[in-house]
Design a protein. Structure first.
Length: 512
């Protein structure tokens, strides 16, 4: 918990910079567009229609749409456009900021008494003079209300940037939700709320200053806002020792392994940073693009999702093929298998006559499936469904922690469990056999990105982990985090796991 809280200043600084950049870009687009749209009804309908349409798209979906778009554009210009991190977050948040600013600018300008406009024209003012001296001052209070709304929305939505690899206060929220550490969720939410409310209060003072035509009441709060953003930039980009960036996906095991790796690298003298809460595709591309230097992925995930392979060779052959594939793409490499497998497996409470997935085929239409957030869209599910002819009465996706809760609470009958999860034994679940071998090997592989592939000291620090984590130890570490609803943090579980690996010594990777 303390290690996580130590990240708050850096995460808050990144959060502020992203939200500020998105709001400024939104202003640069919305203000002139709003003025032009006030004069042209067709443009007004198009602009407001587009901005309203953007608001109907969920934030996560908008971020997801920018990823393939930027990836395609990057391919056209030789890979110089980052598809992860700051840029997609900036573009998505900017689009979200458009509607309140645009709508209020148009409403403010459109609500000016026509007699005032006629009087300005009668004085011989040019359109530019009329806009600057008459229309803008009268419309500013209404426009400021839209800017305040956009600022609050942007700061709140910036927490979603975690999912595409940009650090924000969302790191704490996503980690806390997954590990059931309520304190982390509260810290992330409260910090984001303080930023939003503080910004809204300062912009409210600016709005009051605009309404009373008081220059100092405008400049004072505006200067304080600029000072906060400048301080965040100084904190974020102040020269410091280069750090190894350790990636992690969005479930307990990944948080634990990231902290285990980070601990070893810190002992070797490296500074480390964490990028956690990433989706599978985002994590791999972050490694390839250099946004992440080290993380753990699973052989079957890369094999089926990224490489689009449908055969199921033995684990060593699969790992060798993945290593060759990674080296050929961006110079990344597989350091080795950690010694355990975290395979997808269907699990349920013991039921007479149901020992394998094949036994489910006849009764699946009367059962409900709960999966993690990715499983229902993954190739493995399509392969399992086709191999065994499964058709469930209902299928719903949950975060992994709540997936197990759905099963224990009676909202689901079958789950897409993970073979290294300690909750399988703790909840007395039966893992169904896969006689047709529809699911490939899921050995946990330690991956290093291209810019660190030649760092012999780094690999020497990590190599003792290869083959040293038995599945029983990984299950216990996972269960330590998941069992007590946040009483044991991933940091504590990682230290425990590190002690176990030190005692066990090198062991051969587990195979199916």
């Amino acid at each position: 918990m303390n290690d996580a809280l130590a990240q708050v200043p850096a995460l808050a600084a990144s959060h502020i910079l992203l939200a500020a950049a998105a709001l400024v870009l939104g202003l640069l687009i919305s203000l002139p567009l709003g003025v032009a749209a006030t004069r042209r009804p067709v443009l007004r309908r198009i602009a407001l229609g587009f901005a309203s349409l953007v608001q109907t798209v969920p934030g996560l979906a908008l971020l997801a749409l920018f990823y393939p778009t930027l990836l395609g554009l990057s391919a056209l210009v030789g890979g110089r456009i980052p598809a992860l991190g700051f840029l997609p977050s900036l573009l998505a948040l900017t689009l979200y900021a458009l509607l309140p600013i645009l709508r209020n600018v148009i409403a403010g300008l459109g609500g000016i008494d026509p007699a005032v406009i006629e009087a300005a024209d009668g004085l011989g003012m040019t359109p530019a003079q009329r806009l600057r001296l008459v229309e803008v001052p009268l419309a500013a209070p209404v426009a400021m209300a839209g800017i305040r709304t956009a600022a609050v929305w942007t700061i709140g939505a910036a927490t979603l940037s975690t999912t595409v690899g940009y650090p924000s206060l969302g790191n704490l929220i996503f980690a806390g939700l997954q590990t059931e550490t309520t304190a982390l969720v509260l810290v992330g939410c409260l910090a984001s709320a303080v930023l939003a409310l503080g910004t809204d209060a300062l912009l409210g003072l600016v709005e009051a200053g605009v309404a009373t035509r008081s220059r100092w009441r405008v400049l004072g709060p505006a200067a304080l806002l600029l000072a906060v953003v400048g301080g965040a930039a100084a904190y974020r980009y102040w020269p410091s020792r280069p750090a190894i960036v350790i990636g992690a996906k969005n479930f307990s095991e990944q948080y634990i392994l990231a902290r285990l790796i980070g601990g070893r690298l810190e002992q070797a003298g490296y500074a480390v940073r964490y990028r956690e809460g990433l989706g599978s595709a985002v994590a791999l591309h972050a490694l390839e693009d250099g946004a992440v230097d080290v993380y753990v992925d699973y052989a079957g995930t890369i094999w089926t999702n990224a490489m689009q392979r449908h055969d199921t060779p033995a684990a060593p052959r699969m790992a060798a093929a993945i290593d060759s594939w990674l080296r050929a793409r961006h110079g990344a490499r597989v350091v080795g298998a950690l010694g355990f497998e975290n395979a997808y497996a269907l699990a349920m409470k013991p039921r007479a006559g149901v020992m394998s997935i094949a036994d489910l085929a006849g009764i699946a239409p009367g059962l409900r499936l709960a999966s993690d957030l990715e499983f229902l869209d993954r190739p493995e599910w399509r392969t399992i469904r086709a191999a065994y002819g499964l058709r469930f009465a209902d299928s719903r996706a949950y975060s992994p922690t709540f997936m197990y809760r759905a099963l224990s609470g009676g909202q689901a009958d079958v789950i897409s469990a993970f073979s290294s999860d300690g909750r399988i034994a703790a909840d007395g679940l039966r893992v169904l056999a896969d006689p047709k071998r529809a699911v490939p090997s899921y050995d946990a592989l330690l991956l290093v990105g291209g810019r660190r592939a030649g760092d012999a000291r780094l690999q020497a620090a990590l190599r003792p982990l290869i083959g040293a984590i038995p599945v029983a130890a990984m299950r216990q570490a996972n269960f330590m985090v998941d069992r007590d609803a946040g009483k044991v943090s991933p940091d504590v579980a990682a230290r425990w796991l590190g002690d176990q690996t030190a005692r066990s010594g090198a062991q051969k990777p587990a195979t199916r």
